[in-house]
Ligand binder design. Structure first.
Ligand code: PMP
Length: 391
């Protein structure tokens, strides 16, 4: 058998998307002008498919801080957190993240993916049992596989299904690890966290919440869904990323002092290089910006309402609730691709999401807004969707 024979079907599948027009898998954004604008080929586009929720990728202070760190500390650390890759600012950022969350401890990882891998794989070891929301991000699934625990999936956002499965575990439920996300990245819906916490209080277990898409977006201080729902004390570990509201790259976990032991037991912490000094510096700056400018969150939500209501009024089938992620459900893969290319030719970039990345076998045009979009840009996006209806 040839080395790549097993991919024949996948390659054929993908080819069909490449024959005519722009390829939706790995689209090249040829130039990026701001948090909301770029160019693909000859087409200037409004970026309406990113995770840049607070629009901070071009924040002047973050850029200045990143540039200064680059000049002072070099281009990379060339080592892992465990070896030579922990500089003073890495530790200062951990301290600042812990303070932001009002928690004793925080660990910085190289990406959000690695943060999940690092925390979960170290805890979800053979003999342990993990209860996962079925729509969990790939990094959560991969982390469980790496750890080797028993995985039990419960129906997406269905707390009673989780409870049934916890009850079935009997005594083992006391030590089970429950993992959910704050905002789910594809549908923009949120975990029923109050109900899940109630189950945990009654039946036991430990709770990990991945706030990748809800950090900076939900809660009075932007700490995420657990803050929004008022259950932070019931969450054992919060995992997050620097690649969305914090507008850089890297990841983190926050928890109690005991969590620090994971530094010595987590292969994805020990065996990969640490984030570069410029990323750490820009994240420290953006974390301050998030703390000092709650109006960014307000603008984000006002944009989310504007887009959701605009598209709803046009009759599009959307996600279940208003959120910065506004998924438009499209009938088939082929129609999704045609629609997606047409949107670009009319100056709007969104994410085309096909199954299995989209849940329940559906095809999505995943639109997302950020705090830097102007009302006019949101209205342009809505107008383009309106024109598509009428064509
Ligand atoms: N968790 C969730 C829920 C995510 O959606 C993502 C990325 N889309 C990650 C973790 C990984 O984050 P990163 O891209 O920063 O590695």
């Amino acid at each position: 058998m040839g080395l790549y024979d097993r991919f024949t079907r996948l390659a054929k599948d993908r080819e069909q998307f490449q024959t005519s027009g722009i390829n939706p898998f790995g689209t090249c954004i040829d130039e990026i002008y701001s948090a909301t604008e770029g160019r693909i080929g000859d087409q200037k586009i409004i970026l309406a498919g990113t995770n840049n929720y607070l629009g901070l990728t071009f924040n002047a202070q973050a850029i200045a801080a990143g540039q200064a760190a680059l000049a002072a500390q070099g281009t990379g650390t060339t080592g892992s957190r465990m070896a030579n890759g922990s500089y003073g600012p890495h530790l200062q950022l951990e301290h600042e993240i812990a303070e932001f969350f009002d928690r004793p401890s925080s660990i910085v990882f190289s990406t959000g993916y690695t943060a999940n891998l690092g925390v979960i794989s170290a805890l979800a070891v053979p003999g342990a049992v993990v209860l996962l929301d079925a729509d969990s991000h790939a990094s959560i699934y991969d982390a469980c596989t790496l750890g080797g625990a028993e995985i039990i999936r419960f129906r997406h956002n269905d707390a009673s299904d989780l409870e049934r499965r916890m009850v079935r575990l009997g005594e083992r439920a006391r030590d089970a690890i429950i993992i959910v996300e704050g905002i789910y990245s594809m549908l923009g819906d949120v975990a029923p966290l109050a109900e899940i916490v109630d189950i945990k209080r009654r039946l036991g277990g430990y709770l990990i919440v991945d706030e990748a898409h809800s950090f900076g977006v939900l809660g009075k201080h932007g700490r995420g869904l657990a803050e929004e729902v008022g259950v932070e004390a019931d969450v054992d570990i919060i995992v997050g990323t620097f690649s969305k509201s914090l507008a850089a790259i890297g990841g983190f976990a926050v928890g109690n002092k005991e969590m620090d032991v994971l530094r010595y037991a987590s292969r994805p912490y020990i065996f990969t290089a640490s984030p570069s000094p410029s990323s750490i510096a820009s994240v420290r700056s953006s974390l301050k910006t998030i703390a000092q400018h709650p109006e960014l969150r307000e603008k984000l939500w006002s944009n989310a309402h504007r887009l959701y209501e605009g598209l709803k009024a046009l009759g599009y089938e959307l996600g279940p609730n208003i959120s910065p992620v506004v998924p438009v459900v499209i009938g088939s893969k082929e129609e999704g691709l045609r629609f997606w290319r047409e949107l670009i030719s009319r100056s709007v970039y969104v994410n085309l999401v096909l199954p299995p990345a989209a849940p329940a076998g559906i095809t999505l045009l995943r639109c997302s807004v950020n705090a830097a979009h102007s009302d006019e840009q949101i209205d342009t996006i809505i107008k383009v969707f309106a024109d598509m209806k009428n064509q």
